[in-house]
Write a protein that binds this ligand. Sequence first.
Ligand SMILES: [Zn+2]
Ligand SMILES: [Zn+2]
Length: 674
Amino acid sequence: MHIVQVVLDAPIDKYFDYRYQPSSGGEGMPLVGQLVTVPFGRRTAVGLVVGTGDASDVPPENLKDAGYCFQEIPPLGKAWLDLCRFAASYYHRTLGEVALSVLPKMVRQGKQKAIGKALAALAQEQKKESPVPVDMPVLNASQQQAVETILHAEGFFPVLLYGVTGSGKTEVYLRAVAEKLRQSPDAQVLLMVPEINLTPQLEARVRARFPAEDIAVLHSRLSEGQRLRNWLAAVTGTARIILGTRLSVMVPAPNLALIVVDEEHAPSYKQQEGLRYSARDLSVWRANYLKIPVVLGSATPSLESWHHVQTGRYRQMALPERAMEHASYPAVSLIDTSKEPIVDGLTQPLVEAVRRRLAKGEVSLLFLNRRGFAPVITCNACGWVSQCHRCSAYMVYHKAGRLLRCHHCGLARIVPRHCPDCGNLDLQALGRGTQRIEENIRQQFPEARVLRIDADSTSRKGSLQKALEDIYQGKVDIVIGTQMVAKGHDFQNLTLVGVLDPDTALFSHDYRAGERLFSQLMQVAGRAGRSVAGPDANPAQVMIQTRYPGHPLYQAMCQRRYDAYVGELMEERRIAGFPPFGYQALLTAEAKSIDKAMAFLQGAKGLIDRQQGITVSDAIPMAVMRVANVERAQLLLESASRPALQGVLSDWLPKLKGLKTSVKWQVEIDPLSI
Ligand SMILES: [Zn+2]
Ligand SMILES: [Zn+2]
């Protein structure tokens, strides 16, 4: 009798035995790492084979037959299975949940026909013509040194490539990739970017550099067919370059020789639903397992990676210069808003600076990380505010359509004509969002071509791309945007960045807010002065409007010295025992009432019987307690020792899973915000 043991996409932590009749599927027995269809409950599921044998503990009359074995897909390999096993144990999920959930939907659903067709198409694809040599930029000394260090590394070698925007990090990645691919005909490399919007740019650059290579792009906005094709190209080794967002860290590429994580500090490497993994952390684990180099690139490295450099675990390579010709670093200056009054969001020095750019046909970028017209509407007579009745949050005023929108639950309604509480007709819009700045700018500079870029202006498919192209083609004088414009875009002829109202982040409840603000400001500042028209151009300049010009964050920003600020942050974290000096797990509970969520957490806390080496906080409501009529609370577990925390979780979570409750709960390891 042939028995296959499989895991399934289910929160049940066990292996399931099935009988396998070779005649029922392809030829021969399934191998570990292959996929089979099996009957499970009333449905047919796809399972991953984790063991084979000739006997089972299940009585023969209860054994069911496995169906089709996907022998056309190569076995997914021990290294990949071990990666899934690690992720399952570290994030406290079942192996089946991890392994099956990271497969393309068409594989998970066992679409034999589609898989067969995609594989046939892959085999048919013409080997691309031999590479045409492309002009490669000359590396500066620090780039050269970084490339050599990566290439001469033996075994596991984590490198933090620390360089500001425009210092030529991508060129370092591409050289290292080229050399790895040259060294071995089977070698594969994985290049990760934090956001889908950044993939087309990098993809174009990689395709131009490696015209003969099949490049497998992986992100969540691909069609299911494209995702299947690209995943198969990576699994079969057809694609030697894999380029993708966080989900690509789980691709079963059999011959990885190098992993690159660009913008390693980016919060989007953390999956925030389902399996809440950190793609950056898993990439380092994977490189360690495979004994290969991993390059983490950033202008503002995460404190975790910075700490690893300081403790000698990672090697740091710095790129201090701007690599591009005709590019200079912008000068950063602060506008003290206690001295320069803000009128409709803008101070006079900033308005004048924009005017100087307009006069010379240069581009200005105004950065405000708040969309909408005004964050709240209020009644001056009675104090009514536009509170969302489903969330503990205000509804944001959007002028187009005169709408109030909740940015948490999506609820929208027409702005009332008069105060719902007292009938007063004079309702006021408080504060400013991008729409209000746009209106103001259009009034001040009627001749200028103004473009706003935020989640509202780019909600239609392709509209962001169109907006960016308009900027590249010189059709825009003034750009107003949220963080969407901060990332990695190469704008021509942009010599001024104005930062409006960044101070709120200084007083956030989130201990990572300062780190994020700094990184955002560095990124948006990096948009200025990347390529400038001529010798008469205005010097590249960044102007920040702030009430707190003496704050260490802004002072470090003026010197463009992340290392100056990071030292301060690191000290704060050390005193508080926060990451990277401590480890955290967060239990969150969602219920119809906050009392119920809190009671669940108190009960859960009572189930921790061994508290050695860990600290358990009291249950508290989350910062935004209510979203879409669901009330949310949290319980934080902390420890200076990762094994101690993991040990407690391993004892505790099975007990939690045994509880019967209507409360929806989940545990997140290494949460990004608490
Ligand atoms: Zn009122
Ligand atoms: Zn809401």
